[in-house]
Design a protein around this ligand. Sequence first.
Ligand code: NOJ
Length: 497
Amino acid sequence: MFLPKLFLVFYTLSLFWKKNECADNRKFPSEFKFGVATASYQIEGGWNVDGKGENIWDRLTHETNLVKDNSTGNVACDSYHKYKEDLALLGDLGVDFYRFSLSWSRILPTGYIDGQINDAGVKYYEEILSELEKRGIEAMVTLYHWDLPQKLQDDFGGVLNDTFIEVFANYAQLAFELFGSRVKHWVTFNEPFIICQQGYENGLKAPAITKAPGIDLYTCAHVILKAHAKAYRIYDKSYRKTQNGKITIVLNTDWFEPASSDSKDLEASERKLQFQFGWFAHPIVYGNYPQVMIDRIEERSIKEGFKESRLPKFTDNEIEDIKGTYDFIGLNHYTTTLAEWSTDIAIGKPKSTKDISVNIFKNSSWEGSASNWLKVVPWGIRKISKWIKDTYKNPEIIITENGYSDVGGIFDDSRRVNYYREYLSNVLKAIYDDGVNITAYAAWSFLDNFEWLNGYTEKFGLYSVNFSDPERPRTPKSSVNYYKNIMATKCLVDQCL
Ligand code: NOJ
């Protein structure tokens, strides 16, 4: 009688211990902020109501069959109509800040400032900001989360054309003017690496143009960096003083772990990081592209028969203008990949992966998720944070996205809870053990939503959304309680030190 009872006690204790075995039991600093993130096309719906113009994701979802489940963002979570309910949920969740993006073509249907300003669109965002204010939740607003007004794509090729710089700057200025007094953090662009590499090389994001690999993506990044700098300078000169906010660009990267301790694999890992994160971070911190990109792309371009490098060059003035255009580093990080040295891929038709010539792969023992690229590797967030600290002069870092996908319909989402616990444990280690200045963290995502070419097959939300019900009801998953508790206690385990 006694023995089975004892066994049960030990068994329960061991489960408890296992649950918390890796979690760090230190508290986040009292001023550390927690939030959740979303993006307009992924949650709003209302794609053609109240004067909104068409954007490149409307076009792609309506006119191609690239989306896995043939779905669209026409309705998505219907947040355009259900924002009051959503804001009430955010209040209940207890976030310090909400990261969301503006749908450019909802505010300026053609994209141009001299087109008509759509009052209904402006009012929509004003109401969101009021609802946030009412609850004491800070706003972090992204100007461009991939939904370019279609007319700008049609008129001049969108982000491949320098015309974009002025057009974007006008839109940004309008947003500062209209909403800036209530926005604490601005983000110009979300993940330019993805915009350029997937939008203009491998066809995995709108406008899915694949006609000039190894060329268009570099033009895209060049234009975006200049547009970002212009918007930053406008904010700096005319709005910062009165509005008191911060502004940056959000960059995404995996941690690229060297496949072995061989110095060649270390070099491969560093090169891969420079070609992804450094491609944008190096210009905004130091003014120009990383030297390894400049050298390798030029060398290959010449061998391929180009007269000059496929990587465009900044003028001295542009370098001065771009340098320092960040008030903090915005980091989207989800996973880790192994990087292994390889001999340079033979010269032939250009392609950006050939410019890098690094083998990348995943460790088969890493836990998976519903997204083939997303393996659960919690220590990676600590390593990438430390690398950013060491490479870019110890900047303030805000983790603007981090999260886990499942296939949906899982309300007791213990794997997501585990992901947050373990990744946040490593954020604590980065802060306390490595001295990284991470000041805030946003979970991706607030709601299950439209996951781009994967449609509704991969779910990242803390709240589930029933997409087959016209009312789009929201239901909290177990992760809601866990995240609530972290925010209330600043602690990842049942009791912190
Ligand atoms: C990054 C993107 O910003 C977001 O739109 C996307 O849904 C998540 N990663 C997950 O893939």
